[in-house]
Ligand binder design. Sequence first.
Ligand SMILES: Nc1nc2c(c(CN[C@H]3C=C[C@H](O)[C@@H]3O)cn2[C@@H]2O[C@H](COP(=O)(O)O)[C@@H](O)[C@H]2O)c(=O)[nH]1
Length: 321
Amino acid sequence: MFLFLTLERFSSSPQMEEVRATTAWVAAHSSHVTVDSSGIEKVAETMKDSIPKVEWDFEGIHYFDNGPLTVQYLLVLDTLNFCFWPDKDLNYDHLAMGLKAALQNDECAFDADRLQNYTGPQLRELVKWPRPLPLEDERIRLIHEVGFELERSFDGKASNLVESCSKSAVKLVALITRHFPGFRDHTVYKGHQVFLYKRAQIFAADLWGAFKGQEYGEFNDIGSITIFADYIVPAVLHQLGVLRYSSALATIIETNSEIVSGSEEEVELRACSVYAVEKMRELISKKSGKQVLSVELDLWLWSFGIQCPYLQHHRTLSIYY
Ligand SMILES: Nc1nc2c(c(CN[C@H]3C=C[C@H](O)[C@@H]3O)cn2[C@@H]2O[C@H](COP(=O)(O)O)[C@@H](O)[C@H]2O)c(=O)[nH]1
């Protein structure tokens, strides 16, 4: 009875509401980053008539076979989807293409028992990277954690995990963060807990995008997902005049100085980005009379960002993004 009640409470936990509420709290108490409502207004005005649609996998880099192996691929990908910048030649595309090639070579490459045994050099070989990956020990720890828990609770299959979510992205985020501690992307800011859940949410979004809202990508509540607070989107929002920085923070970013994980500056950059895009989504929806999804805005902002060769982003060593 007790177990039933706790699970029930958990499964109805409004996790995305926690992301929205706590990031809004940060934006209201922010010291280094300001959300400029006139900047949001300008962007919303230009977008209201034609909301740009960016195709998922516009880069043509992902594994896709329309089945459970794609789900396994996406979970592995999003387990490792963080912190590429310390190696100036490495980016997200290398990871995606490396994992895709690994799976094409050997369809058992991401079996749960294999995931639990990868070493740093083997992971480098998978990604075809000639030197240690940034935060390589953490990457190995996280991939082991995912393999272990997949085997223990989901018969080794990420597709079982997704199937148990009854087409709810919110449930999926709750389940992922419950089973895999490495996805628990939250922090404390001025004494308040703040939830961001970047990699857990992007996993739901990747399923939705890859499967075009069908099969493993069918979620009745995809509108609940927020943007994925990484190091690209804040920089784009800054360039668009949506985020303003204090002069001290601007200097830190311009000089490529590191920002400590969990510092006020870092939490503000991420949380204000989530908050600003929520406001932008509300405004565009109101002006256009069409429901816009944060996932769609995220992909548009992110794809714009990675095509800017000189985009200056903040630099934080983090396993979350
Ligand atoms: N907000 C947001 N952040 C995203 C992604 C993606 C990829 N999404 C896939 C989904 C559809 C597309 O087809 C993409 O293939 C990666 N990232 C983040 O960017 C950073 C990597 O930057 P660089 O070092 O330059 O490669 C790093 O923090 C990474 O975690 C996204 O969509 N949204």
